[in-house]
Each structure stands twice: as C-alpha cells, then as structure tokens.
Ligand binder design. Structure first.
Ligand SMILES: *Cc1c(COP(=O)(O)O)cnc(C)c1O
Length: 470
C-alpha cells in the first residue's frame, strides 16, 4: 500500500523511538524519509536527490546499489541463512572471512572474533583484555584508558569507553575501571603550538594517567586512529607512534577502534597502519559490509590469541549472531569489490589527495577555519572570526543551521557543534568529489548569508572591509 510522506511521518512519530533524537523536535518537524539510494546519492520520499557526504553513518564504503552484495546475501540465504558458531561449529563464510581479514590486517594478527556491531565489539574487547590479563595471573589489570570526545558505541560498555559527556550524563556512566584522558585536538586545545610538539604532549597524558592509576592496574588503551563522531579529529603525526611507545613501555595492550577507519577509509586497509601504531586488538564494523547488513568484530593479535587459546580455557562470551553466515558472505563480496576496484589505493593516491586539495581551498571562505582531511574523511570549523580564532556562541547552533542548508541544497554533511564533517563513499570518483564540493560551497555561502543577516559576523565584516581597502 503506497503511503504519502505525511502518513509515514505520522506512523513514525507515533511508534518509532529513534536513536540519538530529540523526539519533541522530531514530532514537530516530521522525519525525513529516505526511500532509495544508488551510487553516492540517496533520494527522499518526495523524490529529492541528496549527495550522501557521510556514506550513511560512515559505512557505505563501496556506495549504494551494488548488485554483487545483494546476490551474495541471496545465495547465502538460500544455502544456509543461519547457523551459530557456539559448541564447536562453524560455517563456510565465517571461516573464509576470518582468514581474509587476518590477511588484510597484517603479520601481527592471527584471529577474528565476530559480533554484529561496533558497540558489541568494544564490549568484547573489554571482556577479552580482562580475561587475557587474568589468564596471565594479573587479574588486577582491569582499567581501560580511553579519551574524551571518543566514540566507541552506545552499549553500557561502549558508551563508557567513549568520552561523550552527553552520553555519560544519562544512565550512570561510565561503568567502573574506565578512565579518560584529553583528546589530541590541536586546533581547539593548542592552535598556537607547534602541531608535532602538541602531538607528543597529548600522548604524554597517557603516561601521566598510567602512573596515576598504577601501571600494574592498567589493562589497555583504546583510541580511534582518527576520531569520527567526535568531529573528524585528525591527530598530529607524532601522536600514535608515541602512544605505541608508552603502551610498550608499560606492557599494556593497545586497542585500535577501526570501526570507521578500517576497510580503506584513510587510504590504508586499517587506520593504525597509516598512523604508525601496532595494535593488539582492532575493532571493526561499518565498512566491513559497507553497511548492507550488520557485522562487526575484533581482529586479535598473535600475542592475545596465544594466551586466550593456550591459557584462557573457555572464553564465556559470544553472540547469537557471531559469525552470521549471510553477514560474512556479504563482507566477502564487499572486500572483493574493494580489491577489484582498487579503492584503498585510489583513496591514497587519487581521490584522497583530490579531496584534500578542495578542502585546503576552502580556507578562502570567510566562515571556514581549520579545514583538513585524511583519506576520505574531512572536517572544518565554522568561525565567527577566524583571524582571531573566535568561535560562535554555542547556543547559536551555527553548525545545525549549516546542516539544514546542506539538506536543503542536496547534501548530507554532519554537524558536531560548529565542526562540519564529511566521509563520502570510497567509490567516489573525482567528478563525484567535485560535485560534492560544489554543494559544500553553496551550503557554506547560504550559511554565511544567514549568519550575516542575523548580525553574527560583526568582527569578520570589519576585517573584510579593511582587506577591501588595502
Ligand atoms: C560507529 C562506531 C562504533 C559503534 O558501532 P555500532 O555498530 O553503532 O555499535 C564504535 N566505534 C566507532 C569508532 C564508531 O564510529
């Protein structure tokens, strides 16, 4: 039965509690109904075409409309739609995919544990590292160190690992034995300082925290190579090697949350490779299936796997859908596409640099400060007076205003405060990126016109006037 947009919105707000949504605001406005997708575009129920500058939620790495993924799912559903991996059983795609992922992850790794999401995978990480230390006779090593403004998911454990104050404010989080250090956000925390020196300083906060907690109590450090939901925070290049050195010094495990950075997003198969770290565990989800079906997991290093297998006994942990055959079959087909089309290499050598050049050019825009990219993620800051590093008042929600202009002009760009961020599909061509950036410019101009009309750009106008006179 065909529905009008209005009818769907009515059903939706009457019965559907959305994730991360203010429901009073949603009910007043009505949800945007996305009806179909192809390539780098989605269409809403009114037929409006929108460039998906966020790959859904950072996951549709190979773009929409890939028949190969549909066929892989359909074939697997006909053969074996489900069976579990408990009690010494397995299935063909789960075993094949584990081999494939370990091969991509590199020499350090030997095994994969499966879940259905990034959140569950990070819960697995915490249970696994604590079990690892207990198996080595050090059960007091329980503390996980994470970072403010990190995102590691929305389960009790995922949200505790994350450093989102809004999430911690609800439901009594974080859970015990998870502590946080400041993030390596150069532009916000120390813009005047040398970037590389700041990277070393930010890493030194980990050592400070290890010493404060007591090194014998610390189990692991977790971080995203590039912080995603926190606003595409790209660390200085000195940061991760120093984090690695500190983890090694105290023997603590390093967990790289690769849910966004994994499967090519930064122009390497995993982000830690680019950042110069050698993690003991890597969380994956999102891009592993390009979001066509839920799948997540943890890539486990030889160091950890050897202990789990030889000393750990039974690991009392698992999910009904661990190693789901259909999800694993889709992941295999997805990796086939990434390899066949050379998407990782393309991001590194062609589309990533192209996007970076466009972003660098945005610095001529009166609103834009700190525009930077890494592979196929990018972020910029909307500022009232960038020459004086003057932000807008948070309460003005200029980022939200910009996001609305984006939707109105056929572009999904996400707002994190006044940081505007993008993460387009890795399948983007240079022409796709040109089209996206044309829309980015239109949206920034519309936002600028809007904030000027509201009289929020006072300082910038005088700078412009004097520049015009010179
Ligand atoms: C999205 C995300 C998660 C959570 O994944 P879900 O599948 O939503 O549970 C965890 N870590 C990072 C870095 C993410 O971006």
């Amino acid at each position: 039965m065909p529905h009008t947009t209005r009818e769907i919105q009515t059903l939706d707000s009457a019965h559907y509690i959305h994730p991360f949504t203010d429901h009073k605001a949603l009910a007043a406005q009505g949800a945007r109904v996305i009806a179909k997708a192809d390539g780098v575009y989605v269409w809403d129920s009114e037929g409006k075409q929108i460039f998906d500058g966020m790959s859904g939620l950072w996951c549709v790495n190979v773009g929409y409309g890939r028949q190969e993924l549909v066929d892989a799912a359909s074939r697997q559903m006909s053969t074996l739609p489900y069976y579990n991996s408990f009690f010494k059983t397995t299935n063909v795609p789960a075993a094949e995919l584990a081999d494939r992922i370990v091969g991509l992850a590199g020499d350090n790794f030997s095994h994969v544990f499966y879940s259905s999401s990034g959140s569950e995978s990070n819960d697995t990480n915490v249970r696994m590292v604590r079990h690892y230390w207990a198996s080595l006779g050090q059960p007091e090593r329980k503390v996980i160190i994470s970072r403010k403004n990190a995102y590691h998911g929305s389960t009790m454990c995922g949200a505790s690992l994350g450093g989102m104050s809004g999430m911690h404010a609800q439901g009594g989080l974080p859970i015990p034995d998870i502590v946080h250090i400041e993030q390596p956000y150069h532009f916000a925390l120390a813009p005047a300082k040398d970037r590389d020196a700041f990277g070393l300083e930010a890493a030194s906060w980990l050592e400070e925290k290890i010493l404060a907690v007591g090194p014998e109590k610390v189990a692991a450090f977790i971080g995203e190579p590039v912080q995603g939901a926190g606003g595409v925070i790209i660390p200085p290049k000195t940061y991760w090697p120093e984090i690695q050195r500190i983890c090694d010094k105290y023997g603590i495990l390093l967990i790289s949350d690769e849910v966004i950075c994994g499967f090519g997003r930064l122009g390497t198969w995993f982000g830690s490779e680019l950042m110069g770290a050698k993690p003991d565990l890597m969380t994956f989800a999102k891009g592993v299936t390009s979001g066509y079906i839920p799948l997540g997991g943890v890539v486990v290093s030889k160091r950890v796997a050897d202990v789990l297998i030889n000393k750990g006994g039974e690991f009392n942990h698992g999910y009904t859908y661990s190693g789901h055959p259909v999800a694993c079959a889709v992941a295999l087909a997805n990796i086939d596409i990434i390899e066949k089309e050379g998407l990782v290499q393309r991001v590194k050598e062609e589309t990533g640099p192209h996007l970076a050049a466009h972003f660098a050019a945005l610095s001529d825009h009166p609103l834009v400060a700190g525009a930077e990219t890494c592979g196929m993620v990018g972020g910029l800051v909307l500022m009232q007076d960038k020459n004086r590093h003057l932000s807008f008042d948070e309460a003005l929600e200029v980022g939200m205003i910009c996001r609305e202009h984006c939707f109105a002009n056929g572009l999904v760009m996400r707002a994190v405060g006044d940081r505007m961020i993008i993460a387009p599909p890795l399948s983007c061509t240079k022409a796709d990126i040109d089209e996206m950036m044309k829309r980015v410019r239109i949206c920034l101009d519309a936002t600028l016109a809007d904030v000027r009309t509201r009289g929020w750009m006072g300082a910038e106008e005088s700078v412009q006037a004097s520049a015009g006179m010179a």
